[in-house]
Design a protein around this ligand. Structure first.
Ligand SMILES: Cc1cc2nc3c(=O)[nH]c(=O)nc-3n(C[C@H](O)[C@H](O)[C@H](O)COP(=O)(O)OP(=O)(O)OC[C@H]3O[C@@H](n4cnc5c(N)ncnc54)[C@H](O)[C@@H]3O)c2cc1C
Ligand SMILES: *[C@@H]1O[C@H](CO)[C@@H](O)[C@H](O)[C@H]1NC(C)=O
Ligand SMILES: *[C@@H]1O[C@H](CO)[C@@H](O)[C@H](O)[C@H]1NC(C)=O
Ligand SMILES: *[C@@H]1O[C@H](CO)[C@@H](O)[C@H](O)[C@H]1NC(C)=O
Ligand SMILES: *[C@@H]1O[C@H](CO)[C@@H](O)[C@H](O)[C@H]1NC(C)=O
Length: 547
């Protein structure tokens, strides 16, 4: 493979060079020719390549297919020149070689849930044309219960992963996100938290191997890539180090029966006092229990606009013990047996994702989200100190000014506090009470509407700054937020990128940059918030600096 590849490279150089002398081929044509030359098989253009000129309708529908944030499909966002849907893993290698050869940027999309859509459009305008490599067809999953593991290709959704595990065993699971349409490819590169995080940590804490394509087009597994790079890809953010082909996940035990509940409280029924109390208990309570708070606006019984806080939980055990835990640690919620529903773990995945209770697990194979594709802007914060009641009252006032705002408070503690900050790049560990996500969705595509909602969320974020973590004000890299700053050119400095890099990774930022320099010295893997390289090279041992 390797030698035929290099002959192909040489050959395609000759072809491309002579071609460019004769007629002016577009970059799309050149990329297609290059891929065909690198591939052992013939790929008819129409089966895997989509451009706005060859067929605008199919290009748009492929581009839209997993684009969750419609805001990122509107101008001034720039769309790809071409979408290449990889059909086999060596297509990914070919795409890297060809993009390098043609000096064109490559972006990778697995599940398309990036909050700023940088996996499928560019926020940098026309100056940086790019090709999109789509993983939608690389989604094989191989579960090995004996080995307590699963190999999963990057294009699979986590809902598919959960389903395939449950198909083989009712007492195995995997701790990852709540929204079942997330792509496992991007999801784990940022951490991947979910309702079992207090018991088992993040998805990225439970990865034992990976196969990636590096900037030279080589396929590397954990042994070949080495521990530094294997460390970096588990939480250091997508699109900086290489392309994930597949993850090897370590499965975790789940009880055959778990319990879920949702208990709503409005301002009129004591939401403020209860949220205050929650901040003191939710991160300290039994590790089998995860109670998040989903906060929205609602109509009160008097028809007035109010705030609703929904306490939504997964308990890794049965109702009897859950009631004991709650009675002991959080009686203020007033949980009753009637509120509790026992079910299998896979059914709880469907419940927490918000699908109707009669939804069959097979539904997860359709890769659908309950969260519709809408225009939205989101941000995140970490709390180490509870927001005082007066702060909550001020927060509600601002919250009620927006049309349909959402806040989700996710409790930490348990296993999250036991894993060290440098174990993987995800640094938000000991002492965190909860992560807060702010989100505002809207349905019209015009700029004026977008500006209005984005202004609201920026102001809200400013208000919350009083209570959130400081120096740095931490943020979750999987809730990508370009307001925190972005690369404006091909070679941002260490200092420029540290502005958001420290928020996402704290002190792990430095080590991430060192790994980046070693594995991608030409900065091939680049996007609005990719990690920077340093203007000097590293020695063979990867440690000493040669100026
Ligand atoms: C509705 C919704 C719910 C969410 N819920 C949760 C949750 O419960 N828990 C949680 O932790 N997060 C959650 N997230 C955030 C989610 O984890 C991130 O958006 C994640 O990056 C999505 O991965 P993806 O593959 O779907 O996204 P993509 O948009 O495909 O990719 C995201 C990033 O990773 C890069 N990337 C994609 N594929 C690869 C690859 N194969 N190799 C290398 N880099 C790649 C992309 O270039 C991009 O930078 C949620 C997001 C949404 C929109
Ligand atoms: C473009 O693609 C769509 C669907 O993908 C197809 O129905 C249509 O016939 C194509 N148009 C042309 C001109 O090939
Ligand atoms: C794709 O999405 C854009 C933006 O929402 C929309 O205008 C367009 O009609 C969609 N096209 C297809 C084919 O789905
Ligand atoms: C509240 O009531 C108004 C008017 O009856 C309605 O338009 C709105 O959708 C309701 N909001 C919610 C969150 O139910
Ligand atoms: C809750 O705990 C109290 C004592 O702390 C006890 O008296 C009561 O019976 C318990 N209630 C339930 C439902 O377990």
């Amino acid at each position: 493979m390797a030698s035929s590849m290099s002959i192909n490279v040489l050959f395609s150089f000759i072809v491309l060079f002579s071609a460019s002398c004769a007629v002016s081929y577009t970059i799309q044509d050149q990329f297609y020719q290059c891929i065909t030359l690198h591939s052992d098989r013939s790929i008819p253009f129409s089966t895997a390549f989509f451009t706005p000129t060859s067929n605008a309708t199919s290009f748009d529908s492929v581009l839209n297919s997993t684009a969750l944030n419609l805001r990122c499909l509107e101008p001034p966002r720039q769309k790809p020149l071409l979408i290449f849907t990889a059909l086999i893993e060596s297509d990914v290698q070919a795409a890297v070689m060809c993009a390098k050869e043609l000096k064109i940027q490559l972006r990778v999309r697995s599940g398309g849930h990036d909050y700023e859509g940088i996996s499928f459009t560019s926020a940098l305008g026309r100056s940086v044309p790019f090709i999109l490599l789509d993983f939608a067809k690389l989604r094989a999953i191989k579960v090995d219960i004996e080995d307590n593991s699963a190999w999963v290709q990057a294009g699979a959704t986590i809902g598919e992963v959960f389903y395939r595990i449950s198909e083989k065993s009712k007492i195995h699971g995997y701790p990852a996100g709540l929204c079942t349409s997330l792509g496992i490819g991007g999801h784990i590169t940022g951490g991947a938290y979910g309702p079992m995080m207090r018991k088992y940590g993040l998805g990225a804490d439970n990865v034992v191997d990976a196969r990636i394509v590096d900037a030279s087009g080589r396929v590397l597994d954990r042994a070949l890539m080495g521990e530094d790079l294997f460390w970096a890809i588990r939480g250091g953010g997508g699109g900086s180090f290489g392309i994930i082909l597949a993850w090897k996940l370590r499965l975790v035990p789940v009880p055959s029966t778990v319990t879920v509940f949702t208990v709503p409280k409005t301002l009129e029924t004591g939401a403020t006092k209860l949220l205050n109390k929650w901040q003191h208990v939710a991160h300290k309570i039994d590790e089998d229990l995860f109670i998040r708070v989903v906060i929205t606006t609602a109509n009160s019984t008097e028809g007035k606009k109010t705030v609703q806080t929904a306490y939504q939980a997964l308990f890794l055990g049965r109702t009897d013990r859950l009631l004991e835990v709650m009675n002991h640690s959080f009686p203020e919620l007033g949980l009753t047996r009637k509120d509790c529903v026992e079910m299998s773990w896979i059914q709880s995945v469907i419940y927490i994702a918000g699908f109707p209770s009669n939804t069959k697990p097979e539904f997860l194979l359709r890769g659908k989200s309950l969260f519709p594709a809408v225009y939205f802007k989101a941000k995140s914060d970490f709390l180490y100190v509870p927001v005082p009641e007066t702060g909550l009252v001020g927060m509600w006032k601002k919250f009620l000014q927006e049309d349909s705002p959402i806040m989700i408070w996710n409790p930490y503690g348990g296993m999250m506090g036991k894993i060290s900050e440098s174990s993987i790049p995800f640094p938000h560990r000991k002492g965190v009470i909860c992560m807060i996500q702010y989100l505002t969705p809207w349905t019209e595509g015009d700029m004026k509407t977008a500006d209005k909602h984005i202004s609201w969320i920026r102001e809200f974020y400013e208000y919350m700054g009083t209570f959130a973590s400081k120096f740095p004000r931490e943020a979750y890299v999987n809730y990508r937020d370009l307001d925190l700053g972005m690369n404006k050119n091909a070679n941002p400095t260490f200092l420029e990128a540290s502005v958001w890099g420290k928020k996402y990774f704290k002190n792990n930022y430095d080590r991430l940059v060192v790994v980046k320099c070693k594995v991608d010295p030409d900065n091939f893997f680049w996007h609005e918030q990719s990690l920077p390289i340093l203007p000097f090279k590293f020695g063979q041992d990867g440690k000493s600096l040669i100026h």
